[in-house]
Design a protein around this ligand. Structure first.
Ligand SMILES: [Fe+2]
Ligand SMILES: [Fe+2]
Length: 274
């Protein structure tokens, strides 16, 4: 399938998956339905979480001693989206986010990113905990500035590399969350639903970028991905503590976009594979 053909199919998929786009309110009709449905069947976790330690952890650069895996997972979840939220906010301030003449797929993607913030907040909320919109750490902020301001031929492989790294992290966090809360099956199930919603989108975001790149751009994406993954991990220290640094690097090296997409047939459509 050619890049163009993949993109055309991706646009169709997005329409089907997201429903109608409301520019003014920045909403996607089917995503609203999804969140409303979850709100009607809310799930409350009973796992004891040290609320004060969690709140301190949100702004801590280092990991406090004695945090259990559940609290580390919640902190990693709360921080997983800092980068994207910051990027989307900045792009919006610069007037780069939504305009009528952009590719409709780009509009869907930008709006999906703001749903990811809400979805991750839903995860945290099951535990009765707050999420604060804190900025990501300095290196990530720098990277985001670069991605927004650089010319597209340079920025695209870079954005693709971070989206791909995001797929791996969301995949890992989903599986670990399901495992950690396995004794409360409604909680584990809800974690799976919420994380899959994000993961499916991110797979599509990667595919959309790959479909627009030539061979050189794809090579650049792969190289950047392997370099950026450890840096991203260093920005959220809870990740290495939770998964082990080497294990995480192994997950980055072995991640397969096509297999991940096949796992989520109704949620993910990669316009091209890498
Ligand atoms: Fe996202
Ligand atoms: Fe994304």
């Amino acid at each position: 399938m050619s890049g163009e053909e993949g993109i055309a199919r991706y646009r169709q998929f997005l329409e089907m998956r997201d429903g109608e786009v409301d520019f003014v309110r920045r909403r996607l009709s089917k995503r609203e339905d999804f969140l409303n449905q979850l709100a009607r069947n809310s799930v409350r976790a009973s796992a004891p979480i040290d609320r004060e330690a969690y709140i301190r952890g949100l702004s801590n650069r280092r990991i406090e001693r004695g945090l259990n895996a559940q609290t580390l997972w919640l902190l990693a979840t709360a921080k997983a989206n800092q980068g994207e939220r910051f990027g989307v906010g900045l792009a919006e301030l610069l007037g780069r986010l939504i305009s009528e003449n952009r590719d409709p797929a780009q509009i869907h993607i930008a709006l999906q990113e703001s749903y990811h913030t809400r979805i991750l907040a839903e995860v945290i909320e099951m535990f009765g905990l707050p999420v604060y919109p804190l900025p990501p750490r300095a290196f990530l902020r720098l990277l985001i500035h670069l991605m927004i301001k650089a010319p597209e031929h340079f920025a695209l492989p870079l954005i693709g590399a971070t989206e791909l790294a995001g797929c791996v992290l969301f995949h890992q966090l989903r599986d670990r969350g399901i495992e950690l809360f396995a004794n409360e099956s409604p909680v584990a199930e809800r974690i799976g639903i919420l994380y899959n919603e994000i993961l499916g989108d991110e797979i599509g975001h990667v595919g959309f970028i790959v479909a627009r790149l030539g061979e050189r751009g794809r090579v650049a994406l792969r190289q950047l991905y392997l370099r950026i993954a450890p840096i991203l991990v260093s920005q959220v220290p809870e990740l290495a503590r939770l998964f082990g640094y080497d294990q995480l690097m192994h997950s980055f090296a072995s991640f397969n976009l096509s297999e991940a997409a096949a796992e989520l047939p109704n949620l993910a459509y990669p316009a091209a594979l890498i």
